[in-house]
Structures are given as structure tokens and as C-alpha cells.
Design a protein around this ligand. Structure first.
Ligand code: ATP
Length: 381
């Protein structure tokens, strides 16, 4: 549905100066560093990464709001942009790309009613493409019903709550039946509770309408909940691309492991290896694990252990189970649906997440067990 190939975008000194808050240097800034990815029809594809990694520039390039230096952007077999350094690029203007967009600031038109906000993109279509008045009304009501805004159709747009305004912005983007929906941090202006409920609503809608979407966020939970595919970006590059579970369970580098969720990182070196079975020697003892990632013997490596993969016990079963370490609880936090314990083992502090019915006093000596199947070997960058 969407093909992005070798997309690159730099900003020069002048643009940098215009963006006063970003600095006044004259060096070119590589915002997007030759990235490639495909998005399948009906998929929710997320660009995830820290601030400044190039997510928005990628999205704006697809939208036609930014002129890339080079690369190819193709939607549904139609080339929207094609450029090579030194050649005049071929670029379809933004308003002819037939894409829907929703941005962080949802920018609804305040002087219009809910109905008119949604009808407007249809009313301003070129003669010949513009539907009849009756058809516009029909389309607007259909979208408003999907977004559960129909009862508010005649209300002034400013008299809506934040969540309703965001749904209105979505309705307005959807009414033109875009082939691709571009969403740039659309939930980030909302409070935590509303954000969470809209997250699920957005997922439901996306699935029901089957609309191909690209979602930009720096919020890893949002990315994991919403996406079919996640591309993790760093410094203008895609460092890992895969299904949310794959990325969470098998991060391919330290950056991804630390960026996606909480994790314990234990450094060591590969001490023994038999096929996919490894023993990694850390300063606090050996760790056995299974790994599909190949790391040579004696090589430095990091073991990533998610807190939920660490069990805390008061009794030892040393000799019967692998990866049992003795430690002391140094901290405890109640999270509602779970309890986190921080356990000091030698020079490591290991975070464990478990059932809230098991809550252990700080100062208690315990045994942590780490299931070899749940440990991930991460190559050192
Ligand atoms: P955020 O989450 O903060 O929006 P992002 O991942 O979307 O970040 P971009 O906005 O794409 O990142 O920015 C990528 C890089 O390009 C940054 O270093 C940024 O400062 C720079 N940049 C973006 N737009 C411009 C511009 N118009 N002029 C100069 N530099 C820019």
C-alpha cells in the first residue's frame, strides 16, 4: 500500500535559523537518513522513537509538507515523490495526495459547528469532484455516527471536550475516505485517562474501517497497543522493525531494549554455548538462556530481563532450577495491578514485577529466579 525507499531529508543552516529554538548552526542536520519501509493494506504502522529522531519529518514527507532530498514514496502504486540528489524531483502536491491527516494540535475550526467542520473538506473539493449537498450530508452523518458524535452535530466545535475534539479531528480526516491516514501524536494533548480510552477506540476504529494508517509517537505503550508493525527510529534511522511482541521480546540492540518498556540489563560475556543454549557470565554469577541471536564465545553481551520474567521467592530451590540468585529486597512499589520489587544482588539491582498478593518487606532476604526462556541476549552496539 505504501512504499518508502531510501528516504533522506537534511535541513540546512537557513532552515535551522528559521527554527530559532532549534539553534543557529549552519551545518546540515540529517533528520531522516535514507530509510525504507513498506506498509501493508489495512495495517496500523507506527514510527516510534525519542524526540528528534525523524518521525515527524518522515510523516510530513509522505504528506507532501516536507520536500525530501532523495528517495521514493509510493502509495497504492502511485508515485507521490521520487528524487535523486542533483536531479529535479517529481513531487505530487500535498493537496493532490488524497491522504488524511491528524496532528497533535487537532486544529478544528472553532467558528464552525461539528457538522460543518466535517463537511468542509468535501465542500471545498473541486467542481466535478464535489458531491451534492445531500450526498455530503449523508457522508458527514455516517462518519459522525462512527465517531459517536452524531448527537453533537449542531454544537459549536469549541463546546466539545478534548476527547470529543480529537474525535472530530479524526472524523474530518476520515470523511474524504483517504487511502492513507497519517496520525502525528494525535493523543498527546489529552490527559492520561482519556488518552488510554481513545487509544483503544482508535484501535477498534482502525480495525473496523480497515484503513491503512501511519502513526507517529514517542510513547512506547501507545505503539505496542495500537500497532500491527512498529519501526523504532534513532537518529534518522530505523533500528528495528517488527510486530510489537517481537520488538518487546527480542530487541535487537540495547537502545531498543531500553526504549521499549522497563528492562533489567545485565552485562557479561559468553562463557559457554551449545547451539542456541548460552551461559553468560556476569559479575554476580552465570545466567543460562536460549538465544536465536548468535553471539560468539567470549564476546561481551548484555542480557535483557523484563521485570515480569523475574520471580521472587522466600525459599531456595538452588540446584533444581537454573538462574537462581540470592539477594535482598531494597525497594517496593505498589502499582495497582502489580507490585514491583527491587532486589539487590551483588552489584546489580534487579526489578521484579509480580502479583500484588505477594508483597515483600524491604530488607528481606529473597531468591530471584529468571526463566532461561524469557531472557534475551542483546548484542552490544
Ligand atoms: P518530536 O517527537 O520531538 O516531534 P521527531 O522524531 O518527530 O521529534 P523531527 O521533528 O522529524 O523529529 O526532527 C528530526 C531532526 O530534524 C531534529 O534534529 C530536528 O531538530 C530537525 N528538524 C526538523 N524540522 C526542521 C526544520 N524545519 N529546520 C531545521 N531542522 C529541523
Amino acid at each position: 500500500m505504501l512504499r518508502v525507499e531510501n528516504l533522506a531529508k537534511t535541513f540546512d543552516g537557513e532552515q535551522l535559523r528559521r527554527r530559532a529554538k532549534k539553534g543557529t548552526g549552519t551545518n546540515r542536520v540529517f533528520a531522516v537518513n535514507g530509510i525504507s519501509f513498506d506498509v501493508r493494506e489495512g495495517e496500523m504502522f507506527t514510527l516510534l522513537g525519542p524526540s528528534g529522531c525523524g518521525k515527524t519529518t518522515t510523516l510530513r514527507s509522505i504528506a507532501g509538507l516536507e520536500h525530501p532530498d532523495s528517495g521514493v514514496i509510493e502509495v497504492d502504486g502511485r508515485v507521490l515523490f521520487e528524487g535523486r540528489d542533483g536531479h529535479k524531483p517529481h513531487s505530487v502536491p500535498a493537496n493532490e495526495r488524497k491522504l488524511g491527516m491528524v496532528f497533535q494540535s487537532y486544529a478544528i475550526w472553532p467558528h464552525m459547528s461539528v457538522f460543518n467542520n466535517v463537511a468542509f473538506p468535501l465542500q471545498v473539493k473541486k467542481r466535478g469532484e464535489r458531491p451534492s449537498k445531500a450526498k455530503i450530508a449523508e457522508q458527514v452523518h455516517k462518519v459522525l455516527a462512527t465517531m459517536e458524535l452524531e448527537e453533537l452535530a449542531s454544537r459549536a466545535a469549541t463546546k466539545l471536550s478534548g476527547g470529543q475534539q480529537q474525535r472530530l479531528a479524526l472524523a474530518r480526516a476520515l470523511v474524504v475516505e483517504p487511502s492513507l491516514l497519517l496520525l502525528d501524536e494525535p493523543l498527546s494533548n489529552l490527559d492520561a485517562k482519556l488518552r488510554e480510552s481513545l487509544r483503544y477506540e482508535l484501535k477498534r476504529l482502525q480495525r473496523e474501517l480497515g484503513i491503512t494508517s501511519i502513526y507517529v509517537t514517542h510513547d512506547q505503550t501507545e505503539a505496542l497497543v495500537l500497532s500491527n508493525t512498529v519501526a523504532v527510529m534513532k537518529n534518522g534511522n530505523i533500528v528495528q522493525l517488527g510486530r510489537p511482541r517481537e520488538i518487546y521480546e527480542n530487541p535487537n540492540c540495547r537502545f531498543v531494549a531500553e526504549f521499549i518498556g522497563t528492562t533489567n540489563m545485565l552485562s557479561g560475556s559468553v562463557d559457554a554455548k551449545d547451539g542456541q543454549r548460552y551461559t553468560v557470565l556476569t559479575t554476580d554469577g552465570p545466567l543460562r538462556l536460549d538465544s536465536v541471536v548468535d553471539v560468539p564465545l567470549n564476546q561481551e553481551a548484555v542480557v535483557s530481563i523484563r521485570p515480569e520474567a523475574v520471580e521472587v521467592h522466600l525459599e531456595s530451590r538452588a540446584g533444581e532450577v537454573p538462574n537462581e540468585w540470592k539477594g535482598t529486597v531494597v525497594n517496593r512499589a505498589f502499582l495497582g495491578e502489580a507490585v514491583d520489587h527491587v532486589i539487590r544482588v551483588g552489584e546489580h539491582e534487579i526489578r521484579a514485577r509480580g502479583n500484588p498478593s505477594v508483597s515483600i518487606q524491604p530488607g528481606t532476604d529473597v531468591f530471584v529466579r529468571m526463566d532461561p526462556a524469557k531472557l534475551t541476549l542483546v548484542p552490544v552496539d
